[in-house]
Design a protein around this ligand. Structure first.
Ligand SMILES: Cc1cc2nc3c(=O)[nH]c(=O)nc-3n(C[C@H](O)[C@H](O)[C@H](O)COP(=O)(O)OP(=O)(O)OC[C@H]3O[C@@H](n4cnc5c(N)ncnc54)[C@H](O)[C@@H]3O)c2cc1C
Length: 778
């Protein structure tokens, strides 16, 4: 069909048509249309505007539509005698069954004309006046005398006008949903009242009070919209069913945050940063893996933020680094965890952070469930569209597209997203200038405001209005010759450009940059500590398990030994290479050498293997001794040293991968022939190094063999980064070693399991004996 749920037009179907049109408390205007009909398509924007214009009249008049082109509605349209499209019909309140409505013949194709036609029809109601509709006839002096006796209202607004004017009746219906106010029209011909109040201008509005007191309502222009804005803001006037606005004291008590006093007509950076925090750390976080449309949406969103967000340097640095990370990302998906690492600046780049948590200021609500994040989203994108106007060569739809995509993929309120998408589909693609983008968002936001006025989500302290109000921007409002309201687009644009400009954004209540960075560092460190501690515990558990399953007495297999040799051999290389790559090369080469020797299954390899083994066992023994010899402090998990070690390994890794450069063969040969592990010992000096004594004697290799091996290593030099990180892990693992408690625990467990086995052995042996004795008995 031509209408959606966000158009505030009831969509009729065979299922609801009777309940909507018959015996209803409100009169209903129905458009019968065919979705293929060009005139209907052309009329639909007018009908939608009419629905927005008459929004406040709903209890008295509602708008509906039915698509007669839809097969399922065919019978409905036939039963209402529809022959052509579009057809408008008026159904009075409490219409009886069988009523087919009054057709609007040759109806006007503009909102004003239709509005007047509807008022005319309302006035033709011949039966008892429907209670939901306020009296539309002019009032008299006599009626006013007793008005306050029969009506419990605080304000009576009198619209003095000519007989042909509709302003009084329109305002009566406009204020229908507000309490503590009533509106009546007084004709120019009501001389008594005109003279009493000294009325000289028609139309004009006077506030009338008990006892005959009165005052003139001051407005910029004597017109419906200006009266409406002003009357809704009178003291005590509230939307029906809504609690009265609370004072700041009340607000302080009803929100968990302390109330932050603020200027209602300014934008606050604290709201924008809070919105960024919430959207990137809460909304986007709902996607564990971000791919497809969501990834496009995130990339666009971050790109416009990095380009146009008028943030402080620390936030801009962060947005730019997230943007470049996303732009350089290869592949169709990212994990939120990876994204969050960048967002939380886990690389700890200086002066780069997005404050955590929210501090709503201009978007504070009188209750925790009002305003806040959605208010921030609107404000953020208004700011971005305005900032984009400074970059003249940018794509006019860029920011709107980013918003559309973001809302589609991430905005948690799915119905809001659907409504927004409907608006975007309708007209976003028509935006062809940067100013048009500012306008589009502003008018779309006003459409949403119109729809939501009076909704449950409306904060009574911040009523939804067509923004900006005449008080905020008098020049933005003007009236046409016929008295209808019109936006002065030039004035509205310059108001928006100034209101959302970076220079107008207030920096109050922002968290201090130094504090943000310190917090970030603190958080990062504690995360690292927790991670390292967890790794440490896991490692210890693994090692203890190993020790139980491979008791000290059992001999490792040749393969195991080879593996260990390789690992041991690599460790000093890590450290050495990171510290000074040349030495590391030697260490690894020597380790390769050992591996190479032991793995050769030659007949004469055995004695050599045995020699190697005994030597290695000699190496291994001190490693355990070494553990026992370690400091008493070892019983305490020294997390600081873990962190240092982690950073050191990381830094070395980065340094190594960035500094690795081709080495000359000659240099390598020279280096390989020297005592190779000395540096490793010096660097580490702990458990991990124990098995790596200098072994010049074992390294009498022929040059050709070495050359070959080195060439191989040269080829793999590109993978140093990876290799290093792998080896780094081993490094830290061996370096930590076992504490006394660990060893004692293992020995006790080992002893207990041996005893257990022994007990089982004795038990079964005795049982077998007993059984044999039984069998042998006659
Ligand atoms: C894309 C989107 C769609 C939404 N759809 C729905 C929905 O379908 N249903 C629903 O219940 N809620 C919806 N919401 C939430 C709703 O629009 C409000 O954001 C929310 O109710 C909070 O209202 P608020 O009073 O803080 O003012 P908001 O409407 O959030 O406005 C925030 C601030 O922007 C300024 N402002 C107001 N109007 C304009 C304007 N026209 N142009 C420029 N600035 C303006 C004002 O200073 C105002 O305080 C949506 C929000 C977004 C971001």
């Amino acid at each position: 069909g031509l209408y959606t749920a966000s158009d505030q037009i009831v969509q009729l179907t065979p299922g609801n048509v009777e309940s909507v049109l018959l015996n209803s408390t409100a009169a209903t205007v129905v458009e019968f249309y065919a979705s293929w009909c060009g005139h209907c398509i052309a009329f639909s924007p007018v009908y939608k505007s009419l629905a927005r214009d008459l929004k406040e009249w709903k209890p008295a008049v509602d708008l509906a539509a039915v698509d007669c082109a839809a097969e399922e509605n065919r019978k409905v349209c036939i039963s209402y005698s529809i022959r052509g499209y579009p057809t408008l019909k008026f159904f009075h309140a409490y219409s009886k069954a069988g009523s087919t409505g009054k057709p609007f013949r040759d109806f006007p194709r503009d909102v004003r004309g239709l509005r007047h036609k509807i008022i005319d029809q309302l006035e033709t109601h011949s039966e008892t006046w429907p209670p939901a509709c306020p009296p539309l006839e002019p009032t008299s002096e006599a009626e006013l005398d007793s008005f306050f006796e029969t009506n419990n209202v605080q304000h009576l607004a009198l619209i003095f006008e000519e007989a042909k004017s509709y302003v009084g009746r329109e305002l009566t219906l406009d204020l229908l949903q507000f309490e503590n106010i009533a509106v009546r029209r007084v004709l120019k011909t009501e001389e008594g009242l005109v003279t009493k109040l000294g009325v000289t201008e028609f139309p004009s509005c006077y506030l009338y009070y008990p006892g005959g007191n009165f005052t003139r309502l001051k407005v910029k222009v004597e017109a419906r919209m200006f009266y409406s804005y002003a009357l809704q803001r009178l003291q005590g006037v509230v939307r029906s069913g809504k609690p009265p606005p609370v004072t700041t004291d009340g607000l302080t008590n009803s929100t968990e945050d302390p109330w932050r006093p603020f200027n209602r007509s300014r934008v606050y950076m604290a709201d924008l940063e809070s919105t960024l925090h919430y959207s990137l750390r809460m909304e986007v976080a709902a996607h564990t893996i971000i791919k497809g449309e969501a990834l496009i949406a995130l990339t666009k969103y971050i790109a416009v933020l990095a380009e146009y967000f008028p943030g402080r340097p620390v936030v801009m640095n962060l947005l730019k680094s997230v943007n470049s990370w996303l732009q350089n990302h290869i592949g169709g998906e990212i994990s939120y965890d990876a994204f969050k690492e960048i967002l939380d600046n886990s690389a700890q780049s200086p002066d780069t952070a997005l404050p955590e948590g929210v501090r709503w200021v201009g978007c504070q609500g009188s209750q925790p469930h009002f305003r806040r994040y959605p208010c921030g989203v609107w404000t953020l994108f208004h700011v971005l569209t305005v900032q984009a106007t400074n970059a003249e060569d940018s794509d006019p739809q860029e920011v709107l597209y980013a918003m559309r995509k973001y809302v589609q993929s991430f905005f948690g309120c799915r119905l809001c997203a659907e409504h927004f998408e409907n608006m975007a589909r309708e007209s976003m693609t028509d935006v062809d200038t940067l100013s048009a983008a500012v306008f589009w968002l502003w008018s779309s936001h006003n459409r949403v405001n119109n729809r939501l006025a009076g909704a449950l989500s409306e904060d009574p302290n911040f009523p939804k209005i067509q923004w900006p109000s005449p008080e905020m921007c008098p020049a933005c409002h003007m009236v046409k010759d016929n008295g209808d309201h019109q936006w002065n687009k030039d004035q509205a644009l310059s108001f928006l450009l100034s209101y959302f400009s970076s220079s107008s954004i207030l920096k109050d209540y922002l968290e201090d940059e130094v504090q943000i960075l310190a917090k970030q560092r603190e958080k990062h460190t504690s995360q690292q500590l927790a991670l390292e501690a967890q790794k440490h515990i896991e490692r210890k558990a693994r090692e203890a398990l190993d020790l139980m399953t491979h008791p000290l007495t059992s001999q490792p297999t040749v393969e195991e030994e080879e593996e260990e040799e390789e690992e041991e051999g690599e460790e000093p290389q890590d450290e050495a290479m990171a510290d000074e790559e040349e030495e590391g090369g030697e260490g690894a080469a020597a380790a390769d050498e050992i591996g190479g020797k032991t793995s050769e299954p030659s007949p004469w390899a055995k004695p050599e293997m045995e020699v190697g083994r005994s030597r290695r066992q000699a190496h291994r023994k001190p490693s355990i001794v070494g553990m026992r010899m370690r400091d008493v402090q070892e019983d305490i998990v020294d997390l600081d040293s873990f962190v240092n070690q982690h950073y050191k390994a990381k830094a070395l890794q980065v340094a190594a991968s960035s500094r690795v450069r081709p080495r000359t063969l000659q240099r390598k040969v020279e280096q390989e022939s020297g005592p190779v592990f000395g540096l490793g010992m010096e660097l580490d000096g702990g458990l991990g190094m124990v098995g790596l004594q200098p072994m010049e004697a074992d390294l009498e290799l022929d040059v050709a063999q070495q050359t070959k091996r080195l060439q191989k290593r040269e080829l793999t030099s590109q993978n140093f980064g990876e290799e290093l990180s792998r080896r780094g892990r081993w490094m830290s693992m061996l370096n930590i070693g076992f504490s006394k408690v660990d060893i004692s625990l293992c020995v006790i467990l080992y002893f207990m399991s041996t005893m257990c086995l022994l007990a089982m052995y004795v038990f079964f042996k005795n049982r077998l004996k007993l059984r044999r004795v039984k069998i042998s008995l006659p």
